[in-house]
Design a protein around this ligand. Structure first.
Ligand SMILES: Cc1ncc(COP(=O)(O)O)c(C=O)c1O
Length: 433
């Protein structure tokens, strides 16, 4: 094994041995190389005469650039903030600002000892990195049964992990605490990667405050019984809660300091939160009870190495635009204004989806947040319905499994929602004939 990897593993072993035991073989082997990076850093200070270290084209004023591109940027976006490579773990100023925002929006994180968020190429990249660093082939990944389909592509197909699922809802249509508890009991004493995504894709469900606290207690209990848990909180839709009772702070806040055998991982970012889906910027943050600065740095160096060896670094343009946005004091109000639009659509969906006249056609899975809601359609197959809606009504939806139809109300206008459900109802009636 490379000496630098050994050094990082040694630091983890000393500060947070549970983290080391959670890492995959690749996770143990990966390190952040010194080579070009550290030689460039040294030259930055001392090479005042000629600096021939950096693999970009530049002159005394900064990077060479083309007017056809620069014409699209304002003067307060200087070429030096757009064209050169960003560091593999991301722009330091952006990482610090995002950390500040996380703490501002989540009182549970105010005093927390966490790693500095690492910049990833959207949340997908962060999720994929976690798979690479923490999953060996055959390892178990525990999730509720309603998940974003891309998880299976990353962790199932790429990392060859085995999915173990429990029903998201219990019989009373709340979060299935017993299901989570039993699944963890079955794996007592073992290493498990648990993934919790709230607001949930595809259902739009978020736990209540009471449920969130019970989830915390269940996980703590599992750790006390000897389990080692990596808990991935996919917070893609953070902040989009539409009901009073929703636990809005995000589970990461409850878990980051829970137990020395529980590594909490927060995956979040501007993709949905700041409405910049195509910018491809996301963040990866770690928290563990007793986590030292050294341990977080060692783990972050491993993530940095995995980024370097995968995509090298994340879009500098996207990072700079985001940095500027985060410096704008009007940003949070602007976000709230857009979330308000989503909430109005959510309220409109609620108004129509549960009308008595639709009771024989579908049931809505409980939802209170995010972009989506799911119908459990009765008597017809979801895929047949999807195709019929598309071909006869020019309406697009997503069929999941036999009877679930995912509806992204986030992309419907409020004024179209009534008609939308009328069409779904007519389509089901047609198919039943
Ligand atoms: C639950 C969940 N996580 C992660 C992502 C990926 O986000 P990004 O576009 O930043 O990769 C999505 C996108 O649909 C999602 O629904």
């Amino acid at each position: 094994m490379n000496e630098l990897a050994k050094e990082l593993n040694g630091i983890l072993e000393k500060s947070s041995p549970a983290i080391l035991s959670m890492l995959s073989d690749y996770g143990k082997k990966i390190y952040f190389p010194k080579g070009i990076i550290s030689q460039t850093a040294e030259a930055k200070e001392k090479a005042t005469r000629f600096n021939a270290t950096i693999g970009i084209a530049k002159d005394k004023n900064g990077p060479l650039f083309l007017d056809s591109i620069q014409n699209f940027f304002k003067e307060d976006l200087p070429p030096g903030d757009l064209y050169p490579y960003a560091p593999s773990p991301g722009r330091q100023d952006l990482r610090q600002l995002w950390a500040k925002r996380q703490r501002l929006l989540n009182p549970l994180l105010k005093e927390a000892s966490l790693s500095l968020p690492i910049v990833t190429s959207g949340l997908t990249h962060g999720l994929s990195l976690i798979g690479d660093l923490f999953l060996n082939a055959g390892d178990t990944i525990l999730t509720p049964d309603k998940i974003w389909g891309n998880y299976r592509l990353m962790w199932g197909v790429k990392n060859e992990a085995t999915f173990s699922t429990f029903s998201l809802y219990n019989d009373n249509l709340g979060f299935n605490l017993k299901g989570l508890e039993n699944s963890l009991k079955e794996r007592e004493g073992q290493k498990t990667l648990l993934v919790l995504n709230f607001p949930n894709n595809p259902t739009g469900y978020s736990p209540s405050k009471g449920e969130a606290l019970e989830i915390r207690d269940i996980l703590k209990n599992a750790c006390e019984k000897g389990s080692t848990l990596t808990v991935l909180c996919d917070d893609a839709y953070f902040g989009m809660n539409y009901e009073e009772d929703c636990f809005t702070e995000g589970l990461f806040g409850l878990l980051q300091d829970l137990h020395q055998n529980l590594l909490a991982v927060k995956i979040d970012g501007p993709t949905k939160e700041l409405f910049v889906w195509g910018f491809r910027v996301g963040f990866l943050t770690f928290g563990i009870k007793g986590g030292t600065k050294e341990a977080y740095e060692a783990l972050s160096k491993k993530v940095g190495g995995a980024i370097r060896g995968g995509i090298s670094n994340v879009t500098h343009v996207g990072q700079t635009l985001l940095l500027k946005a985060l410096q704008d004091e009007k940003l949070e109000t602007q976000i709230q204004n857009k979330v308000k639009i989503l909430k109005e659509r959510y309220t409109e969906v609620k108004k129509y989806v549960s009308l008595d006249k639709y009771a024989d056609l579908w049931e809505a899975y409980p939802y209170n947040s995010g972009y989506f809601m799911c119908l459990k359609v009765k008597e017809v197959q979801a895929e047949d319905l999807r195709i019929h809606l598309l071909e006869q009504y020019n309406i697009g939806t997503i069929a999941l499994g036999n009877h679930d139809l995912r509806i992204a109300f986030s992309s419907l206008s409020k004024s179209d929602i009534k008609e939308f459900f009328e069409c779904v109802a007519k389509a089901i009636e047609n198919l039943k004939k």
